[in-house]
Design a protein around this ligand. Structure first.
Ligand code: GLU
Length: 413
């Protein structure tokens, strides 16, 4: 059998292909030369499988889609306090290239508008980094995420730098308020190179899947970013990723996303997929017209929306049986707060007539940190009540099950 997913993606592209509205960005002369007909989509699951349709191998400049990754790199390099002192996380409701700062703090409002992104670029690596160090940091990270060495489109870079008056004005404004401590021209040069990195939708979907997978690369299994950094980056994308169309996007599509003026659009749905679309004609907000339509359609057809929740907590408790003098409580799936709560509630409410209580974790795929702490606390309380406690854990999902008082449950494999 051939998986139907790529056929579905091709169908979605077919449905939007006829829409020729919008216009390619022309404020950077080189972008005006882009082929407006290009249309491609890629989806990568957090298990590392990629499905594509259309122009999945056509390269285009990443532009603003580099901003969330630069933000993530700056968080990893400099820590959240330094980054927070430099740039906020509030949606701006303004155009991406607005010359504005937050009243009071004088920080750029968020890292997804140019003022914030230029400030973030200058934070990369460390205070003593050179312009080249910062560029290598971001190109290196993007390359590792894409699984191939990415290059800078020199012609796009030059074309943008030749017409970068507005970004230079922003950088001078930032320097005036001491947000930047490097020369404006040096930072804008590096930021412009960051924007000129060539990618395909295949690359972007993989990059998005790493964010969706809590910072772990879905193909290599390598941790690329701390989980807290991936979460923060996705949060900022959800609030500020789609220029001044961010609120509307969150309601209609509900996938943390970032678009770029070359027509790329990246989405990442936590725990599920990274996805990317390219189509160079842009709407009034600067977002790809057909890119937005593809994402709307995917979200609607597949239920991939941040606010579409599955009540998975209630499925964790698979059953409870009595086996001789033991009550065996069987758990399954992924155990987070709500799943552990259901198990603890069962143990608290159902009368237990046996000496031993066994938690069978054979079918548990993963225990979150809170799930682990809650189950151990439950076992400790059962032991306090006079029960002997045991776990069946052939895959070691509950390593080192210390109950907090030096004792451990009996472990059966
Ligand atoms: N390099 C572009 C700029 O700074 C990025 C803009 C974008 O993709 O929104 O103007």
């Amino acid at each position: 059998m051939r998986t139907p997913v790529p056929d579905y993606l091709a169908e979605v592209l077919d449905d939007v292909a006829g829409d020729r509205s919008g216009a390619v960005a022309d404020y950077i002369p080189d972008l005006a030369a882009a082929d407006p007909e290009v249309l491609g989509v890629a989806v990568t699951t957090v298990a590392g499988r990629t499905h594509v349709a259309g122009d999945a191998d056509v390269e285009f400049s990443i532009q603003s889609i580099s901003k969330p990754f630069a933000y993530a790199a700056a968080l990893a390099d400099r820590g959240v306090e330094t980054v927070d002192a430099t740039v906020g996380v509030e949606p701006s409701g303004e155009a991406f290239d607005e010359l504005s700062l937050e009243a009071g703090t004088r920080r750029p409002k968020n890292p997804m508008i140019n003022a914030g992104a230029i400030a973030v670029h200058h934070l990369l690596v460390g205070p003593d980094a050179t312009g080249a160090d910062r560029v290598e940091r971001i190109v290196g990270l993007l390359s590792e995420l894409a699984g191939r060495r990415l290059t800078i489109d020199e012609s796009v870079y030059r074309s943008e730098l030749d017409t970068a008056d507005r970004n230079l004005a922003i950088a001078h404004m930032l320097r005036n308020y001491r947000v930047l401590d490097r020369p404006a021209a040096e930072v804008v040069d590096g930021y412009t190179r960051q924007c000129a990195v060539l990618v395909t939708v295949r690359d972007l979907a993989l990059m998005g899947a790493t964010l969706a997978n809590a910072g772990v690369h879905p193909v290599t299994g390598r941790r690329m970013l701390p989980a807290a950094v991936a979460r923060r980056t996705l949060s900022v994308m959800a609030g500020c990723g789609m220029y001044d169309g961010a609120g509307d996007w969150l309601v209609r599509v509900g996938i943390p996303a970032k678009s770029g003026v070359a027509g790329g659009l990246l989405g990442a749905l936590p725990g599920q997929v990274g996805l990317a679309v390219v189509s160079p004609r842009l709407d009034a907000h600067g977002n790809s017209v057909r890119g937005v339509q593809v994402c709307e359609r995917l979200s609607r057809d597949t239920g991939m929306h941040l606010m579409d929740a599955e009540p998975y907590g209630s499925t964790v408790l698979r059953g409870s049986t009595v086996d001789g003098d033991a009550t065996v409580v069987t758990l399954q799936g992924v155990v987070q707060f709500s799943g552990a709560e259901a198990v603890l509630d069962h143990l608290a409410v159902e009368p237990i007539g046996t000496t031993e209580v066994v938690l069978d974790l054979t079918r548990v795929d993963r225990l979150s940190d809170v799930g682990r702490r809650m189950l151990l606390e439950g076992l400790r309380r059962l032991a306090d009540d006079g029960h002997t406690v045991a776990v069946v854990d052939p895959d070691g999902v509950l390593p080192d099950p210390e109950l907090g008082d030096g004792t451990r449950p009996r472990v059966r494999t």
